[in-house]
Design a protein around this ligand. Structure first.
Ligand code: ATP
Ligand code: MG
Length: 454
C-alpha cells in the first residue's frame, strides 16, 4: 500500500538517497531541507511517517519530533542519528520517537525499520479512517459551537454556500478556518465536484505559480510534461486558497486576473483556459495591515472578501469549550470517558493561544495518558490547571495541641454552604466535588441547613 513519507535532512545527497530508496518501495516521498520546511509540508500532506535527521541547523530533530507530536500524536517519527550518538537517540525515544537509525545504514536496515513503522500506522489509520468517514459525511455538523459568534458563522455559511460568491475566512491559527471552508463546499451544489486546497505559505515561491495555474511541457527546466494546476484540478468545484496573505506580490496580479475573468494561464502556455471554479480563501494575518505595508494588493483583497467570515478566538467563545471537549472525546472513540467538573472548568478558563487545534491536541493527549475512566484535575498540565502547586494556598493556623481533620473538614463544608446561601449545587462547585459527595459529607457531619432547623 502506497504511503506518504516525509524526509527531513539538510544534507541533499542523503535526502536523495532516502527518497530514491523509499520511492522504489512504492511510497510517495516528500523531502525538506530544514525542520521549518518539513513542518509546512507536514501540515499540508499529513504523511504517515516522518524520518528526520537529528543534527540540522535551525530546528534540530528533537524539535521536529516535538512539533510533529504536538500536531498529530499518532504520527510515527524515525530519527536518524550519527554513529555513536546514543544519548541523542535515547532522548529522542523518550520524547516519543518510534525508532532511530544510525548513519551509515544500508537499504535493508532502512526498509526494515520503515516497514515495521508503516505496519503499525496502517492499523491505526484504518481505524481512524472508519471513524472519520462517518463524521465526514455530515460535514457541517462536525463544526461544533453553541456560542452566538458561531451561530452567526453557521448562518453565514448556510446563506453563502450555494452562491458563486468568493468567501474570505479570517481568524487566528487553529480557529477552524479550513473546517468552515470545507463546509462552504459541502453545502453547495458543487459538493460532488472536487474540493482542492493549496497552501500559499507552504509551497516554495518558484513552484507556486505552476502549482496554481499549471505549466506546459518545456516551460522551465524540469518541466518534462504538461502539468495541471490546482485551478484546473478544481474545475467545477471549489479551490481553497489557504494562507492567501502569503501569496508573493508577483503572483497577485495573476490571481486577480483569474478571479476577475475566470481564466487561467498555465506557465509557458499560450492559450488561457476558461474555468468554472469557486474560490474560498483563508488567512490568519491582518490583510489590511499587509495592504498598508504594500505586501498585499488592495484590489485583490476586495475581490477575495466579497463575503468575509471571521472566526473569533476560542477564548472569546468559552461556552463552546465543554461541547468541543465532548466532541473530541467522541472523535477519539472515547465517548464514555468523563471529565471531572473542575477539569472542564480549568479547560474552559484557559486562554488557548493555539485555539481549537490546541484544545483538540490537549484532549487527545489527556485521553491517551488517562489513568481511569474519569479524567481528574491532576492529569492536566500545570499551565492549564492554573497556578503552580503551592500558589494560592490557604493559610491555616493549626493549634499547638493538634486538630481533628474531620472537624476541619466539617468547618470547611459549613463555610462553603454559608458562602453559597446554602445552595448545595453551588457549594459543591465551590468545593470542586460532586453534589452527592457534598450531601454525604453533610449527613456524616450532621450539617443541617438553617431554614430546616425550625
Ligand atoms: N468548531 C469546531 N468544531 C470542531 N472541531 C473544530 C472546530 N474548529 C476547529 N476544529 C478542529 O481544530 C483543528 C484546527 O482547525 P482548522 O485546521 O480548520 O483551523 P485553521 O483555522 O485552518 O488553522 P490554521 O490557521 O493554523 O491553518 C482541526 O482539527 C479541526 O477539526
Ligand atoms: Mg488552516
Amino acid at each position: 500500500m502506497e504511503r506518504k513519507i516525509l524526509v527531513i535532512d539538510d544534507d541533499i545527497s542523503f535526502r536523495r538517497v532516502l527518497e530514491y530508496n523509499l520511492q522504489e518501495e512504492g511510497h510517495e516521498v516528500f523531502t525538506a531541507a530544514s525542520g521549518a520546511e518539513g513542518l509546512a509540508i507536514f501540515d499540508t500532506q499529513q504523511p504517515s511517517l516522518v524520518i528526520t535527521d537529528m543534527k540540522m541547523p535551525g530546528m534540530d530533530g528533537l524539535q521536529v519530533l516535538k512539533a510533529v507530536k504536538e500536531r498529530s500524536p499518532a504520527t510515527l517519527v524515525i530519527i536518524i542519528t550519527a554513529f555513536g550518538a546514543v544519548d541523542a537517540a535515547v532522548e529522542a525515544m523518550k520524547l516519543g520517537a518510534y525508532d532511530y537509525i544510525t548513519k551509515p545504514f544500508n537499504r535493508d536496515e532502512l526498509k526494515l525499520v520503515v516497514n515495521k513503522a508503516l505496519q503499525l500506522t496502517g492499523l491505526t489509520e484504518e481505524n481512524q479512517k472508519l471513524k472519520s468517514e462517518l463524521s465526514e459525511q455530515i460535514d457541517f455538523r462536525n463544526i461544533v459551537g453553541i456560542s452566538g459568534a458561531m451561530g452567526k458563522v453557521f448562518d453565514l455559511v448556510r446563506k453563502v454556500a450555494n452562491t458563486e460568491a468568493t468567501v474570505l475566512i479570517t481568524g487566528d491559527s487553529g480557529t477552524g478556518k479550513e473546517l468552515v471552508a470545507k463546509a462552504v463546499h459541502a453545502l453547495s451544489s458543487r459538493k460532488a465536484a472536487p474540493f482542492v486546497t493549496i497552501n500559499c505559505a507552504a509551497i516554495p515561491r518558484d513552484l507556486l505559480e505552476s502549482e496554481l495555474f499549471g505549466h506546459v511541457k518545456g516551460a522551465f527546466t524540469g518541466a518534462i510534461r504538461d502539468k495541471k494546476g490546482k485551478f484546473q484540478l478544481a474545475a467545477g468545484g471549489t479551490l481553497f486558497l489557504d494562507e492567501v496573505g502569503d501569496l508573493p506580490p508577483e503572483l497577485q496580479p495573476k490571481l486577480l486576473r483569474a478571479l476577475q475573468e475566470r481564466v487561467v494561464e498555465p506557465v509557458g502556455g499560450a492559450a488561457p483556459e476558461k474555468l468554472d471554479v469557486r474560490i474560498v480563501a483563508a488567512t490568519n494575518i491582518e490583510l489590511e495591515e499587509a495592504i498598508s505595508d504594500g505586501k498585499f494588493r488592495e484590489d485583490l483583497y476586495y475581490r477575495l472578501s466579497v463575503i468575509p467570515i471571521h472566526l473569533p478566538a476560542l477564548r472569546a467563545r468559552k461556552e463552546d469549550i465543554p461541547l468541543l471537549i465532548r466532541h473530541f472525546a467522541a472523535k477519539q472513540g472515547c465517548g464514555s470517558v468523563t471529565f471531572a467538573g473542575d477539569v472542564i472548568e480549568a479547560l474552559t478558563n484557559y486562554p488557548w493561544p493555539g485555539n481549537v487545534r490546541e484544545l483538540e491536541n490537549t484532549v487527545e493527549r489527556l485521553l491517551i495518558m488517562r489513568q481511569g475512566d474519569t479524567i481528574s484535575i491532576g492529569e492536566l498540565p500545570d499551565k492549564i490547571r492554573g497556578g503552580r502547586p503551592g500558589e494560592n494556598r490557604l493559610v491555616i493556623n493549626l493549634p499547638e495541641e493538634g486538630y481533628s481533620l474531620e472537624q476541619l473538614e466539617r468547618e470547611i463544608v459549613v463555610e462553603a454552604l454559608e458562602r453559597n446561601d446554602w445552595n448545595q449545587s453551588s457549594a459543591a462547585r465551590f468545593l470542586r466535588i460532586p453534589r452527592h459527595v457534598l450531601i454525604y459529607r453533610m449527613e456524616k457531619y450532621d450539617i443541617i441547613a438553617p431554614e430546616k432547623t425550625h
